[in-house]
Ligand binder design. Structure first.
Ligand code: URP
Ligand code: ZN
Ligand code: ZN
Length: 531
């Protein structure tokens, strides 16, 4: 849909909220009024999804799903309801938990500009693609975590779907040490990200990472890393410029897979030394994936998150003679040569990697042109929020690499488990939030910046066609995407607090105790007088 038409529909709902929308229609109405925008005063929304194949990560079955007031009330065959319920026919289709994207950057100030998608446009795009929750990265303000959190509270006020926050750590002092606990105990944050790249801006050194890992462990928060060796990347960039390579291809050449492998291995070893779980974001190379595989094989709790761009694209685009095309593929770590993507798909299908994100961090072609003469100034990031569910279905399920239950696990359930919000999210179970998609495996799609819902004028998946289309998205019990039409209301999304000490922390105390008892130290020595 053209952006104009999309925002026209949104505006209609804002300008003319229906005063008495009946439950028997499929019309949208906001039940959540957290920020007081867009409510049309309806107290109950009842939906029956009939005749579909309900897919959870653990099981799939033919069943109906009944939803009331934003919650799934029943999942069973042949549910009978009265007239006042909206009925959706899902015969021949899959009924699945809405996607949860663990990795997004909306309204992020980065590399001298701000991402073109804010919380509203990014989330609207997500909903059109079947994602009903995302977790965004709060960037501290001058290193201050609480100020960063408050800034992101403001940025997210126009949210139209549920979301949570990770927090980046960019410096270390007593305030950061103290605020990490405040954020966990009072603000619902249970993960902190450490950038080992972006020297001179977000990058942290090993001593900070070590302090951060220790602190994360003590407060039950998950440590996350952007794993590239930032010092070596800096050196690689200098090398490219000296060689006269200033275009987007210089981005890939300056930060090869070996630097991702090194940083991944280092972070994994430090997490092992501290004995705390580790989450490696945007795993882009075989080099990084091999380190994760080795660590997991040895029993270490390491989570690996590939992103759609790394699974599906390859780096040939960066050599495109057209700067606008080449620059839209600039992200970090870089999209890798042919072979890495398929290896990451294999790792995902065999459980070496656990869940799929997007790293949605979108800049339009004008913003990308900031680096026209110097690849180091091209804002790093690609789109994916709207495309993830479709591309993963087509690439992984459509090709027979994974089952529908696996698909639910890697796009939704595993994220909910890791960030400790399962089964409220990530499941079609009685009592879960009614975040649901209906996917038609026989219907097709084509991706284009002309019809996508992001504000960007480009799309890294331009022209890509596939099978398996999200025909309906239900978020918080409301139909927000149906018949190719978005019906979203700014302010209707809820902030989801995520409690600490997820399942990844089970057994940590015992293994610490085992470690201590294995030391056979300190050795009690009898001091003998020197003769
Ligand atoms: O290129 C990327 N990945 N941009 C977003 C920031 C990050 O490193 O996650
Ligand atoms: Zn990153
Ligand atoms: Zn990112």
């Amino acid at each position: 849909m053209a952006l104009d038409a999309f925002f026209f529909i949104v505006s209609l709902f804002l300008l003319f909220p229906s005063p008495s929308v009946s439950d028997s229609t499929t019309q949208f109405c906001s039940a959540g009024t957290e920020y007081g925008v867009g409510s049309c005063g309806v107290s109950s929304t009842r939906i029956l999804i009939k005749g579909g194949t309900v897919v959870n990560a653990h099981h799939q079955e033919l069943a109906d799903v009944y939803v009331e007031d934003g919650i799934i009330v029943a999942v069973q065959p042949n549910i009978k309801v009265g007239d006042e319920v909206t009925v959706l026919d899902a015969t021949g289709k899959f009924v699945m938990p809405g996607g949860i994207d663990p990795h997004t950057h909306l309204a992020m100030e980065f590399m001298g500009t701000e991402t073109i998608d804010d919380f509203f446009s990014g989330q609207a795009a997500a909903l059109a693609g079947g994602t009903t929750m995302h977790i965004d990265f709060v960037i501290p303000v001058n290193g201050n975590l609480v100020a960063g959190f408050e800034a992101y509270e403001n940025k997210s006020r126009e949210s139209c779907m549920d979301y949570g926050f990770h927090m980046a750590i960019t410096k270390w002092d007593e305030g950061v040490f103290r605020d990490m606990e405040i954020l966990v105990k009072e603000k619902g944050i249970n993960s902190f990200k450490f950038f080992l790249a972006y020297k001179g801006s977000l990058m942290v050194t090993d001593d900070l990472l070590l302090e951060g890992l220790k602190r994360c462990k003590s407060i039950g928060a998950l440590a996350m890393v952007h794993a590239e060796n930032g010092d070596a990347v800096f050196e690689g960039q200098k090398r490219m410029i000296e060689l006269g390579i200033t275009g987007p291809e210089g981005h890939a050449l300056s930060r090869p897979p070996v630097l991702e492998g090194e940083a991944t291995a280092r972070a994994i070893r430090l997490a092992r030394f501290v004995n705390t779980p580790l989450y490696v974001v945007h795993v882009m190379s075989v080099d990084a994936m091999d380190e994760i595989a080795k660590a997991r094989k040895s029993g270490q709790k390491v989570i690996g998150e590939p992103v759609v761009s790394g699974l599906i694209l390859d780096d040939h685009w960066l050599w495109d003679p057209d700067f606008t095309i080449a620059s839209k593929y600039v992200m970090s770590p870089p999209i890798r040569p042919v072979g890495h993507g398929k290896a990451l798909q294999d790792a995902l299908s065999t459980g070496i990697l656990q869940l799929v994100g997007t790293d949605h961090c979108t800049f339009n072609s004008t913003q990308k042109a900031l680096g026209l003469d110097d690849f180091r100034k091209i804002p790093n990031g690609v789109n994916g929020l709207e495309e993830r569910m479709h591309l993963i279905w087509d690439t992984m399920v459509g090709s027979g690499q994974i089952s529908a239950t696996d698909y639910v696990r890697i796009t939704s359930t595993e994220c909910a488990r890791i960030f400790n919000i399962y089964p409220r999210k990530g499941a079609i179970l009685a009592g879960s939030d009614a975040d649901i998609i209906i996917l038609n495996p026989n219907s097709s799609y084509e991706i284009s910046s002309k019809s996508h819902h992001s504000r960007s004028d480009t799309n890294v998946y331009e022209g890509r066609r596939g099978k398996g289309k999200v025909e309906v998205t239900i978020a918080g019990g409301r139909i927000v995407w149906e018949n190719e039409e978005l019906k979203v209301v700014p302010g209707s999304g809820k902030y989801i607090e995520m409690p600490p000490f997820s399942y990844l922390f089970d057994g940590i105390e015992k293994s610490d105790a085992n470690y201590l008892s294995s030391l056979r130290a300190p050795v009690k020595r009898v001091r003998t007088e020197a003769t």
